[in-house]
Design a protein around this ligand. Structure first.
Ligand SMILES: NC(=O)c1ccc[n+]([C@@H]2O[C@H](COP(=O)([O-])OP(=O)(O)OC[C@H]3O[C@@H](n4cnc5c(N)ncnc54)[C@H](O)[C@@H]3O)[C@@H](O)[C@H]2O)c1
Length: 393
């Protein structure tokens, strides 16, 4: 069942206008379900021009459009003049008001439509793909979070495995030109062979989150092989920036430091992360979106290369390529907030890894991907946004 923006409609008149715009995108097939044949025929005649009109508009689907990265990607595509349909179920894993605030910004663009839908809803997803003509798909909707996955494994299988299968099916039946989807550095799991490279091992995940993301890469491969659907998986490395996720370290630390509370520093501060600023991630996603994956002519089945294939399937890292000690990250935050953090040193958490370091050569070679933003710059931009948005006293 697809629901279009009821909450926002009540909250703000601008969004109500968008609701009516979005109503044009309601899956029309349901209007044709009526016991009376005469009514069905009358309705079919009425809506036929609308169906044809809608299917003539080529758009890009962004799943997870109310989420941190999905919001930034959709905004960037809209600013470039694309028509975008966003899908999100406003999962209550974190503050839903923040998700609505992101979408309200997207609704300021005439070429944006937001659909509230759970991607694990098979019928709803089929209707969505029948209703629109998606040329390209950026699939970012997922149940994220390594730690949360330890006690909520089913959420991850529903959203990340079943949901991705529905996206793959939609792309297959509508012959989408390219599916770009989010994977994660967590797939490197037990490997300490750094920098992590997609040509290396990714088959020892330490948490169910990572296992479901690795599963999506493998599912995408089978669709690329069987249906010649071009798919590109991007393994993200700790993305941060304005409109970021409240469950991630930078957000949590900022909130606690401003409230005068201590911050939990796991692994006694010995973590190193390849922190990647969100604008750099968006740049990489958009560049690769317009370059559909192609078969690797040099692929040798006797020595199978893990990150390419004779099918149109690729996997790349998308990180900063420059890991930063967690304590340096905290120091930048202290400078920006002008607050010295009270640090509670704690042991490593189950399912976590000590360090991440991305090799980004693959994406550099493919689309000249070069991350631009230093941690000092990125943390400052995050703090500026946080103070402006939350206006803490
Ligand atoms: N942020 C990071 O550092 C990071 C790192 C590695 C991978 N990723 C991946 O990048 C993608 C985007 O991450 P994000 O940080 O923007 O997370 P996010 O949680 O902010 O965004 C994900 C969005 O997907 C939506 N969603 C969840 N389940 C859904 C479902 N069943 N149906 C429809 N929508 C659903 C959520 O409501 C949310 O708005 C995810 O696939 C995530 O696993 C993110």
């Amino acid at each position: 069942m697809i629901r279009l923006y009821p909450q926002v409609e009540h909250q703000d008149p601008g969004a109500a206008k968008s609701y009516y715009k979005a109503a044009h995108y309601w899956p029309l097939s349901r209007f044709l379900r009526h016991p009376s044949r005469a009514v069905r025929r009358r309705r079919a005649v009425t809506i036929a021009p609308l169906i044809l009109y809608r299917q003539s508009i080529v758009s890009i689907l962004v799943t997870g459009s109310a989420g941190f990265i999905g919001f930034h990607v959709a905004k960037r595509l809209l600013a470039a003049g694309e028509t975008v349909v966003g899908v999100d179920n406003y999962d209550p894993y974190y503050d839903v008001a923040l998700k609505h605030a992101r979408v309200n910004q997207l609704l300021e663009y005439n070429d944006f439509t937001q659909v509230e839908l759970d991607i694990s809803d098979r019928d709803g997803m089929r209707e969505l793909f029948e209703t629109h003509r998606f040329d390209r798909v950026v699939h970012l909707a997922a149940q994220a979070g390594v730690r949360h996955s330890i006690d909520h494994p089913h959420d991850y299988v529903d959203a990340n495995v079943t949901g991705t299968l529905n996206v793959l099916e939609g792309c297959r039946h509508t012959k989408a030109a390219h599916l770009v989807y989010a994977s994660t550095s967590s797939v490197y799991g037990a490997s300490t062979d750094m920098p992590f490279d997609p040509s290396g091992d990714a088959d020892h995940p330490l948490a169910i989150y990572a296992a479901t993301k690795r599963a999506t890469e493998l599912m995408a491969h089978s669709y690329a092989h069987l249906h010649r659907l071009p798919t590109t998986g991007l393994r993200f490395f700790t993305v941060y920036g304005p409109w970021g996720r409240p469950d991630m370290a930078l957000f949590l630390f900022t909130k606690k430091m401003l409230a005068g509370e201590s911050i939990p520093v796991f692994n006694h501060g010995h973590h190193r992360r390849d922190f990647t600023y969100v604008d750099d991630i968006v740049e990489g996603i958009v560049r690769i979106l317009y370059q559909p994956a192609t078969p690797d002519a040099a692929w040798n089945s006797d020595v199978p290369q893990p990150d390419s294939s004779p099918a149109p399937w690729r996997v790349y890292n998308i990180g900063n390529g420059n890991p930063v000690p967690l304590m340096d990250y905290i120091e930048e935050l202290e400078k920006c907030l002008d607050v010295t953090a009270d640090k509670e040193m704690l042991p490593m958490q189950p399912g976590d890894v000590e360090a991440t370091h991305a090799s980004v050569d693959g994406l550099f070679n493919a689309v000249d991907y070069r991350p631009q933003t230093s941690v000092a710059e990125g943390v400052e931009k995050f703090v500026d946004w946080y103070l402006d948005y939350y206006k803490p006293s």
